[in-house]
Design a protein around this ligand. Structure first.
Ligand code: G3P
Length: 214
């Protein structure tokens, strides 16, 4: 299973790379806005240090506008994956990108049929948002299970990026279901390392070590 970091903050991305858990990066307009930097600067910083897919989102809503943005983003770096929203226009743009060899990540997916449409359009990745479903009392992980089942019935190359991850159990469940990738906020990545029994065990080993004659 691949871990992407869901962030546009260069320091977080740098730390995730140092930890060895950054197989790629996903961003969205909200994450870019949080940096306080221009999109151009964010792209330059991330493409400089990340050796893996980097999702950058289009903001046009019409097919021509999306494709134009997609071409410009893809031209920035070989690692760029163009993020396109799950709309009718978005699926037309995704198909054009597929024909032009531009990698795409279809975002804001909330149903298995939306994922199927994106795969049929030739999306490289689909991003189902599970936390936002949980937020409205709908089981986000059921969506992942359904998409894994549907994709498993066919020969799509489209990979599933579990997005809108909020806590470690989302990642555990995704791994159990066989999702290809989780894109994870840095705060949640850090939590994956922690266990109180590990801390207690280390303390005990260190205090016992003090008793060993030197
Ligand atoms: O990858 C999508 C993600 O950034 C959305 O997360 O927490 O805003 O639902 P959230």
């Amino acid at each position: 299973m691949k871990f992407f970091i869901d962030s546009a903050q260069i320091e977080e991305i740098r730390e995730a790379i140092a930890l060895g858990v950054c197989d790629g990066v996903t961003t969205n307009p909200s994450l870019v806005a949080k940096t306080g930097k221009s999109f151009d600067q964010v792209i330059a910083e991330i493409t400089e240090i990340v050796d893996g897919p980097i999702s950058l989102e289009t903001t046009a809503m019409d097919v021509d506008g999306m494709v134009k943005e997609a071409r410009a983003l893809a031209a920035r770096h070989d690692n760029v994956v163009v993020k396109i929203p799950m709309t009718r226009e978005g699926m037309q743009a995704t198909k054009i990108c597929f024909e032009e060899g531009i990698s795409t990540n279809v975002t804001l997916i909330f149903s298995p049929l939306q994922a199927l449409l994106a795969a049929k359009a030739g999306a490289t990745y689909v991003s189902p948002f599970i936390g936002r479903l949980d937020d409205i009392s709908t089981e986000g992980m059921s969506l992942i299970s359904d998409i894994v089942d549907v994709f498993g019935n066919y020969a799509f190359d489209t990979e599933i990026i579990v997005a809108s991850v909020r806590h470690p159990i989302h990642i555990l469940d995704s791994a159990r279901m066989g999702a290809d990738i989780c894109t994870i906020p840095f705060g949640v990545i850090k939590k994956l390392y922690d266990h109180p029994l590990t801390d207690i065990g280390i303390q005990k080993f260190l205090s016992d070590w003090e008793k060993v004659p030197k």
